[in-house]
Design a protein around this ligand. Structure first.
Ligand SMILES: Cc1cc2nc3c(=O)[nH]c(=O)nc-3n(C[C@H](O)[C@H](O)[C@H](O)COP(=O)(O)OP(=O)(O)OC[C@H]3O[C@@H](n4cnc5c(N)ncnc54)[C@H](O)[C@@H]3O)c2cc1C
Length: 296
């Protein structure tokens, strides 16, 4: 559906913001249908050039060769700009779809390989679900000093979520279970001071008792360098972010507009930009959305 007053349409907004289900921009345009919660976006494509009379002479995008078409359950919309803001692949139960990537692909934008990131590991670990402790988790040259949590299926907690973004299947992860201590030295000193104490009791001074009971049979040096190869991750179902996405080379870093598709913008999680835990992904989504909003 094209609005009856194209000049007003083009100048007042010139944007179809694919902002989740609401497409709020439409609500503020005179004569536009109200946004409709639950109106999933089915398709987006470029349409042939608009007829000359439909182009406002002073439209910021009067030189555009194509309009972008957005197909929704309630009908089709056309606009001079389209912002893909439908996120990445994590977590489908909360509404994630591959829409942004699929659409970008159809416009011939490169998509870098995607992986679930900030995600728990599945691994064969002792039955210690609920036990947590501060660790340093390492994969290759990357390391994070944060808390780790044993789960029913493997490992989670901030240290694991962080390192998962650097891990690839088959790689080993090294975990320092006593990051503030040299385990060998510590055990020597404590055994000297408390010769009758059981090892699990001594270890229990510096780590949760349940873990100490499991680890008492391990060589002391392993406590600073516990190695395991995760069997996998919990996948997009549990991943807080999607690593990979629309290649940043395809987009203007100033406006997030696709270099080869004028009027098409991609922001947020859909783009190949992934942050650590700590609000960086929100910040990226908001900042990239803001610059795109300024540009349309
Ligand atoms: C459990 C969890 C915890 C997180 N915690 C943090 C944190 O602490 N700090 C941080 O920085 N980041 C965190 N993140 C990541 C952060 O939420 C995302 O990076 C950010 O929300 C991305 O914003 P976005 O607008 O690009 O995409 P989203 O916020 O994913 O929004 C995209 C929207 O588009 C909708 N959509 C998808 N396809 C369609 C379609 N075809 N039609 C209509 N609508 C569609 C989706 O349902 C969704 O509502 C967390 C993520 C999760 C899942």
């Amino acid at each position: 559906m094209r609005p009856s007053r194209p000049h007003e349409f083009a100048c007042a907004c010139a944007v179809a913001c694919v902002l989740a289900e609401a497409t709020l921009a439409w609500a503020q345009l005179p004569g536009m249908p109200k946004p409709h919660a639950g109106s999933a976006i089915a398709d987006a494509a470029a349409t042939p050039p608009a007829p000359p009379e439909a182009e406002a002479p002073d439209s910021p995008r009067a030189d555009m060769r194509e309009f972008l078409r957005l197909a929704m359950k309630r009908g089709d919309f056309e606009a001079a700009a389209l912002v893909l803001a439908t996120g990445g692949l994590s977590i489908p139960k909360m509404g994630a779809t591959g829409f942004a990537h699929d659409t970008a692909r159809r416009f011939d934008l490169r998509i870098t390989q995607t992986w679930p990131a900030l995600v728990p590991f599945t691994a064969q670990v002792p039955e210690l679900a609920g036990v947590s402790l501060p660790v340093v988790a390492r994969c290759g040259r990357d390391a994070f000093a944060e808390a780790m949590l044993f789960t029913h299926r493997g490992l989670s907690g901030p240290a694991i979520l962080q390192i998962s973004s650097y891990w690839r299947p088959g790689q080993e992860v090294a975990i320092d279970l006593l990051p503030d201590l040299d385990a060998v030295q510590f055990l020597k000193q404590r055994r000297h001071a408390r010769p009758k104490a059981e090892l699990r009791t001594i270890l229990g001074e510096v780590m949760p008792q349940r873990l100490a009971a499991v680890l008492e049979s391990h060589p002391a040096e392993r406590l600073n360098d516990w190695r395991l190869t995760p069997t996998g991750t919990e996948g997009y179902a549990k991943a807080e972010v999607t690593l990979g996405g629309v290649d940043t080379d395809e987009l203007s870093s100033r406006t997030m507009e696709a270099r080869k598709v004028p009027g098409l913008f991609v922001i947020g999680e859909a783009v190949d930009v992934t942050g650590w835990l700590g609000g960086y992904n929100f910040q990226w989504a908001w900042s990239s959305g803001w610059v795109a909003g300024e540009a349309v």
